[in-house]
Design a protein around this ligand. Structure first.
Ligand code: M7G
Length: 330
């Protein structure tokens, strides 16, 4: 049953370890899912502003203060999921909202244990985090090789997000028990683990990331033909690891890189094809298979070709492109 975390008997061992991963306590080394009930730190969260309230994504992004530190809190209504359906239908209370001919609408109030809200806390948050989650106009930019050298690269070097969380994962200082598979090879190796956007409650919104061990590749722009073995290794072992652990075959996975990424340490996104994951649209996502083919056809494809990507109006990189006359001030 591919659309559920339930798996076949021969995969039961991995299934158990996947459940263990969910029920492990949330410590620094170990930040797995259904951990012990914690003191509700959010009770003291002082709301400053709602950055974005997406009714489509059923997600609200809030900026505020937590223990005198700037913080972002993201609250997301989780998908219902097929596994909880029977309990939900049996155990909920139902309030009639309206009835007209054959049509009726209700508010269904499920019991708390199947009514969870995925909550992400970033604290201390920087101004850049605040901007990342704020609703904004977006513009497309076409970046040439020269633009990358003179505008984007200096920007990345001066003000990109810290990738300390990435190093913590690679050095097993955080999320160590969430690792799905790892290849330790310093040149072609990587760590595959659940993305923090995925609560691991159901496979419908499966989302993992493969983070490379080597630290010299910032993004798609740095990829050359010499990196093909690394990329092929990530694709092959990443797909195998996901099949083994979650029983989801390669043909149901969308495997891609972002350009521009938020974090400039090479990583690859693995999402369920059925999930409309944030950032999987054509202006930002580059399918790993296409990237490999492009590099085989032209070893310097990503160094020399103009690359198009979206930028938010208030992004500092957008300001740099505007200053260079590359982005209209509309
Ligand atoms: P990206 O393409 O650099 O940027 O992807 P995006 O966030 O705009 O998509 C980085 C990916 O890493 C995203 O999918 C994040 O959700 C994920 N991510 C970010 N952080 C800080 C963490 C983390 O601490 N742990 C895990 N597991 N994933 C993270």
């Amino acid at each position: 049953m591919a659309d559920s975390l339930k798996r076949s008997d021969e995969n039961q061992e991995e299934s158990n370890s996947s459940k263990k991963l969910k029920s492990a306590p949330a410590t620094d080394k170990n930040s797995g899912g259904d951990g012990p009930v914690q003191q509700n730190i959010l009770a003291n969260f002082q709301i400053k502003s709602v950055l974005r309230d997406s009714t489509r994504e059923k997600t609200i992004f809030i900026h505020g203060e937590l223990e005198d530190k700037e913080a972002i809190v993201i609250l997301e209504k989780t998908p219902i999921g097929q596994d909880t359906l029977p309990d939900m239908l049996k155990e909920s209370t139902l309030e009639l909202k309206m009835k007209n001919d054959i049509y009726s609408t209700y508010t269904l109030i499920p019991p708390p244990r199947i009514n969870d809200i995925k909550s992400t806390v970033i604290c201390p948050a920087t101004q850049k985090h605040v901007k990342k989650y704020q609703a904004q106009d977006v513009f497309l930019v076409e970046e040439t090789e020269e633009d990358y050298r003179s505008i984007t690269l200096p920007y990345i070097e001066s003000q990109s997000f810290s990738v300390q969380w990435v190093y913590n994962i690679l050095e097993k200082k955080a999320e160590a028990d969430r690792i799905v598979c790892e290849d330790p090879d310093p040149k072609t190796g990587f760590v595959l683990l659940p993305d923090f956007k995925w609560d691991m409650n159901q496979l419908e919104d499966l989302y993992l990331i493969a983070i490379v061990h080597r630290r010299d590749i910032k993004s798609l722009r740095d990829l050359r033909a010499e990196h093909i073995p690394l990329l092929e290794n990530i694709r092959k072992k990443g797909q195998e690891g996901i099949l083994k652990r979650f029983d989801v075959p390669a043909c149901k996975l969308r495997v891609y890189l972002h350009y521009q990424p938020s974090y400039y340490h090479l990583h690859v996104h693995f999402t369920s094809l059925s999930h409309d994951a944030p950032g999987c649209s054509v202006e930002r996502a580059h399918l790993l298979s296409d990237v490999i083919l492009n590099l085989k056809a032209d070893p310097l494809y990503y160094q020399q070709r103009p690359l198009t990507f979206p930028l938010r109006a208030d992004d500092n990189l957008a300001a740099k492109f505007r200053e260079s006359g590359k982005l209209p001030s509309c």
